[in-house]
Design a protein around this ligand. Structure first.
Ligand code: C2E
Ligand code: CA
Ligand code: CA
Length: 636
């Protein structure tokens, strides 16, 4: 008997040591306490507790003269601990299967039922001293029955979700269950207390398959990294939790980096340190991009407390060596699920506010508008891609009136996009989006192609049209092979270069002046004419006008309307007109809507007029019909 007892104690002591070693390893590293991690902690704890109570039980047997009630208590605690291991193990396993997803309802019902049955059977077992042996046997059998059903439930879920679990994890889960069953049998028939020991070995193997917390830590700042952030947010969202996400970024980090190189990292590290200092242990700080940090709060109260400390903490100077670095910081607060609902909404919101951050240090509270505007943007983006694939962009033509010949001898090609879902999308909306996502080059090619097709199929030149204005986006204009592309297309259709006049906007000049000028000169020397569009908006670039001899300047609608409504603009325009004319430039006035405008602009000295007064942009058939009707004098 003695040898058996000593032998048993050895197992339990080993189990306690193993559990303690695992726990020491586990808790020595910072981790995100996800649901699965919490269950694993529960598993470690219950196992350690079970080994301890087992040991006490064995010691009591060994000691012999223990009061009846104390012995009884130790037995009960041991029974509770052993069965808790089974239940928590099941919760852990199923949670692993549903990592980053909520647990299924069906499982919750099963879990509650098993916990209830375990609790009831343990409670009944509490009266085992008063029961006949046969009844005690039944209740013990029932208790173990429930225990194995819990383990079996784990097996079923693992099997059903085998694709999401690594093979290694599956093997270790099965080893745990096999050890559990075999050790219980050994324990029952030999009274050797091996269960806790066997399970602690199995749990050590599972521990080795847990996510490596180092993979979730950012090496530079020791905060959690972007993948950890993504997983945590996804889990929060799928569990329908409401929370607040605080995002802070250094706007001028590129400049800081350019100035200080490697040492700019000090600013990042210092930011992380300050954020860590002002948050409590349960609030995680994540570094989600080079110079961006995120902090998650469960309640507004927590956030409000943080907010005050944040403002104070960020006011202090940031130093690189002895030099103070001016840090331009932006911050946004996003509430889930009121404002954002999906992980991708975060990026949308940050994109939306990128150019709208106000004073340094101010925290912007994101609104639904940000998500909606970006989602509209995404839809438009998609509509552009679709139209490109289906070649469904249309081109309308707006006649332009020549005041000297009193005919419509040119027109402007204007792109139209009609989408099944969004309906008509104005070019003012989709052209900037197309410029952003890089599709503008393709879109531009569609327009040139369509204009060439129009010229060869409908022969507008037979109805008095000398050339067609085609708008070029700045981005298009800066492409290295833009000129070759356009010339090749025209050649392909046999359209003479003089038939196409290219319009570029004034804002273009600011971006890449030299390259643009080079391309415009090349276009010019290849026989194209070029217009400066939207003159009078943006920066007035007299220098640009002089350095590049535009064939045509188009006075922007806003300038024309301003001229019509107030006398203040008279001297300005009266000053510009002769200057432009002396450069050999023709002048077009846009946005002409009334007869008075026609008269005033004629008097001012404009050469061409364009606007709704004459016609709105028309589909090609209607445009030809318009010419037939209004250009009779030139049609032979
Ligand atoms: P834009 O180049 O200044 O084109 C003139 C715009 O003014 C056209 O708008 C035209 O319909 C409108 N318009 C003409 N007359 C009047 C008028 O009397 N009153 C008013 N209120 N508006 C008038 P649309 O077609 O909506 O085009 C808007 C802008 O989209 C264009 O401004 C141009 O910058 C851009 N765009 C249009 N087609 C293309 C294209 O094929 N390529 C590129 N890159 N941009 C294009
Ligand atoms: Ca234009
Ligand atoms: Ca214009």
């Amino acid at each position: 008997m003695d040898s058996v007892i000593n032998f048993s104690m050895g197992f339990d002591v080993c189990a306690i040591i193993i559990c303690a070693v695992i726990m020491a390893n586990y808790y020595s590293v910072r981790r995100i306490h996800t649901r699965t991690e919490k269950f694993f902690q529960g598993l470690m704890g219950s196992l350690l507790f079970s080994a301890l109570t087992n040991l006490i039980y064995v010691v009591f047997i060994y000691a012999g003269n223990i009061p009846q009630w104390l012995f009884y208590l130790s037995v009960m605690i041991m029974v509770i601990a052993v069965h808790a291991v089974g239940i928590i193990f099941m919760l852990y396993v199923v949670s692993e299967c549903y990592e980053n997803r909520p647990l299924p309802k069906s499982f919750t019902i099963i879990a509650v039922a098993l916990i209830a049955m375990t609790g009831i059977s343990i409670a009944v077992y509490g009266f085992h001293n008063l029961m006949p042996d046969s009844a005690v046997d039944i209740i013990i059998a029932f208790m173990y029955g429930v225990h194995y059903v819990a383990l079996l439930t784990g097996v079923v879920y693992v099997f059903a979700n085998r694709r999401v679990l690594s093979l290694r994890k599956q093997v270790n889960i099965f080893i745990f269950i096999a050890f559990n069953i075999v050790s219980t049998i050994i324990q029952t028939f030999t009274s050797a207390q091996v269960t806790a020991f066997a399970l602690s070995v199995a749990i050590m193997m599972i521990f080795a398959t847990l996510r490596n917390p180092k993979d979730e830590i950012d090496a530079l700042t020791q905060t959690f990294n972007a993948p950890a952030f993504r997983d945590f947010i996804r889990l929060q969202i799928s569990s329908h939790r409401s929370f607040l996400l605080f995002v802070t970024g250094i706007r001028n980090f590129t400049a800081i980096n350019a100035l200080w190189g490697q040492r700019a990292e000090d600013v990042i590290k210092e930011t992380a340190d300050r954020l860590n200092k002002i948050t409590d242990k349960t609030t995680y700080v994540y570094r989600t991009a080079e110079a961006r940090f995120c902090v998650i709060f469960n309640t507004r109260g927590q956030y409000e407390k943080f907010r005050e400390k944040y403002i104070a903490a960020m006011c202090e100077n940031f130093m690189v060596g002895d030099a103070a670095v001016p840090v331009d910081r932006a911050a946004v607060l996003i509430s889930f699920p009121e404002v954002a609902q999906k992980y991708s909404d975060i990026e949308s919101i940050l994109k939306f506010y990128r150019d709208r951050y106000s004073a340094d240090g101010e925290i912007i509270e994101a609104t639904r508008e940000a998500v909606e505007s970006v989602s509209r943007r995404e839809k438009v983006d998609y509509a552009i891609q679709k139209a490109l694939k289906l070649h469904s962009f249309q081109v309308y033509y707006q006649p332009i009136y020549d005041l000297k010949t009193k005919t419509f001898d040119c027109c402007e090609a204007l792109i139209r996009l009609k989408d099944d879902e969004l309906g008509f999308i104005p070019p003012d909306e989709f052209i900037p989006i197309s410029e952003d996502n890089g599709t503008i080059v393709e879109v531009g090619k569609e327009v040139i192609n369509e204009v060439c097709r129009f010229i060869t199929q409908c022969n507008p030149q037979d109805y008095g049209i000398r050339f067609i204005d085609v708008n070029l986006s700045v981005i298009q204009c800066l492409q290295p092979d833009i000129i070759q592309d356009i010339m090749q297309t025209l050649r392909g259709y046999g359209v003479p270069r003089g038939m196409v006049n290219l319009e570029i906007t004034e804002t273009a000049s600011a971006k890449s002046y030299a390259l643009l000028q080079e391309h415009l000169n090349e276009l010019h020397s290849n026989g194209f004419t070029v217009s400066l569009d939207d003159f009078g908006t943006g920066f007035s670039s007299v220098e640009f006008l002089i350095n590049f001899p535009f064939d045509i300047v188009k006075l922007d609608r806003s300038l024309v309307w301003a001229y019509m409504s107030t006398h203040k603009y008279e001297p300005i325009l009266q000053h510009y007109m002769p200057m432009l004319h002396s450069l050999g430039t023709k002048i077009v006035a846009e946005g002409v809507e009334t007869k008075e405008m026609v008269e005033a602009l004629n008097e001012l000295g404009c050469d061409y007029l364009q606007g709704y007064y004459y016609s709105k942009p028309l589909p090609k058939e209607d445009f030809i019909a318009f010419l037939k009707e209004n250009n009779k004098s030139v049609i032979g």
